[in-house]
Ligand binder design. Structure first.
Ligand code: PLP
Length: 420
């Protein structure tokens, strides 16, 4: 055995070394992939990943140096990703319930903590029941196909999240796409869709690229007029929008008019992973029978369940964390506006600093990092051409000083590159 290992080591092909598949098809695939990757680089849309060597939080250490970086690009809105009680709850769940279930829910993958968390989520949103998924991407992938048939229709905002778009692609319902938050267009589409048995309007509650909030009051009025149901994706709202953090439906006073909510446990609610659907009990019962990402994918690991469950406890006890985040958001938005920047959206912790030019967004983001501020530039095709921006995300755990340092750095960098 050792002889084989020694020969492999001499040839540079020791145990664990990657093995390239041989054959014409493998070679052809490699050429095609390399050319596609080159095209992505050439188009300037390559996404590189910065490696973080510390916990998620307002201050980061990057691998290979870079300590004391102030982080403004996580969805850690409430700062619960590294909250000591959330971490303790995860450790306790891990010790009591193990690393994982090695099973899907309906075979032998349901523990008492999964049922408790589903009950807690339903209570938090004031809905009848809830079902857990491995992610909100899965929740969105699983709902439309299970709920809608070729007799039905779904009407979707054109800027909905990719996972809603993919979920809708998987279903056989008639598809209508209305212009972003355009109620006239939605009404036209609702009229056209009257011929179908059931109509479902699907929208993000808050849109992650613009920090804008769906006009849910108007959507619900139209839904009532044209006998439609309303579905919202609350990934960028759950835990902090509305007087008690229930989300966009609470903020806009339509909790009793929105039928279905999908959201994530991977952002404000502890940030570990996981997603869910909450709504009428028969819908949740049906999803347990028919929703493919639920039926054919492993149960959420206990530690992840522990994190989310504790995050919800903290939010149901007090709204202080969400209020602190709202105050910091207000501080950032008003100071940036006073400095001369245009910030898209309103009152949302997603604060897109609008720059227009893609190169400007990219060099400014790079220069911000040189000043210890971690932000990301977004340009086409992630956002429309000519609408490049740097997205800043505020968290409850940023200090006022962090916010002020960010504004100062933006002002310096903006002047240097002619953005102000
Ligand atoms: N929906 C929206 C609006 C999102 O922003 C995201 C995540 O980026 C998702 C769904 C997917 O959530 P998850 O990370 O839980 O899969």
């Amino acid at each position: 055995m050792w002889r084989i290992a020694a020969v492999r080591a001499l040839r540079g092909g020791g145990a664990g070394a990657p093995r390239a598949a041989s054959g014409a098809a493998a070679a052809q695939l490699r050429r095609r992939l390399e050319s596609e990757l080159e095209d992505i680089r050439g188009a300037g849309t390559w996404k590189s990943e910065r490696v973080i060597a510390s916990r998620q939080g307002p201050h980061l250490r990057l691998a290979g140096g870079g300590a004391g970086i102030i982080n403004f690009c996580a969805n850690n809105y409430l700062g619960l990703s590294s909250h000591p009680e959330v971490i303790r709850a995860a450790v306790e769940a891990l010790e009591k319930f193990g690393a994982g279930l090695s099973s899907v829910r309906f075979i032998c993958g349901t523990q008492s903590i999964h049922k408790d968390l589903e009950e807690k989520i339903a209570r938090f949103h004031q809905r009848e029941d809830a079902i857990l998924y491995a992610s909100c991407f899965d929740a969105n992938a699983g709902i439309f196909e299970a709920l809608l048939t070729p007799e039905d229709a779904v009407l979707s905002d054109e800027l909905n999240h990719a996972s809603i778009i993919d979920g809708i692609r998987l279903c056989k319902a008639n598809k209508y796409r209305y212009k972003h938050m355009d109620m006239q267009d939605l009404e036209v589409k609702l009229k056209e869709a009257q011929k179908h048995r059931l109509r479902l309007v699907a929208t993000d509650g808050a849109f992650s690229m613009d920090g804008d909030i769906a006009p849910l009051r108007e959507i619900c009025q139209l839904a009532q007029k044209y006998d439609a149901l309303v579905f919202i994706d609350e990934c960028h709202a759950t835990g902090f929008l509305g007087p008690s953090g229930r989300g966009t439906d609470e903020l806009l006073g339509v909790m009793d008019k929105v039928t279905i909510i999908n959201s994530t446990l991977g952002k404000a609610l502890g940030g570990a992973a996981g997603g869910y659907t909450t709504g009428p009990k028969p819908l949740i019962d049906l999803l347990r029978q028919r929703s493919r990402p639920y039926l054919f994918s492993n149960s959420l690991p206990p530690a992840v369940v522990g994190c989310a469950s504790k995050a919800l406890d903290l939010l149901m006890e007090s709204n202080a964390i969400a209020q602190s985040m709202a105050a910091k958001t207000q501080r950032f938005r008003s100071k940036m506006a006073a400095a001369g920047f245009t910030i898209s959206g309103k009152d949302h912790p997603i604060c897109p600093v609008m720059l227009g030019d893609a190169r400007l967004a990219s060099v400014m983001a790079e220069d911000m990092l040189n000043r210890g501020i971690y932000v990301i530039g977004f340009s086409y095709p992630v956002v429309p051409k000519g609408k490049a921006r740097i997205r800043v995300q505020i968290s409850a755990v940023h200090s006022d000083e962090d916010i002020d340092r960010c504004v100062e750095a933006f002002t310096e960098v903006g002047r240097k590159h002619g953005a102000l």
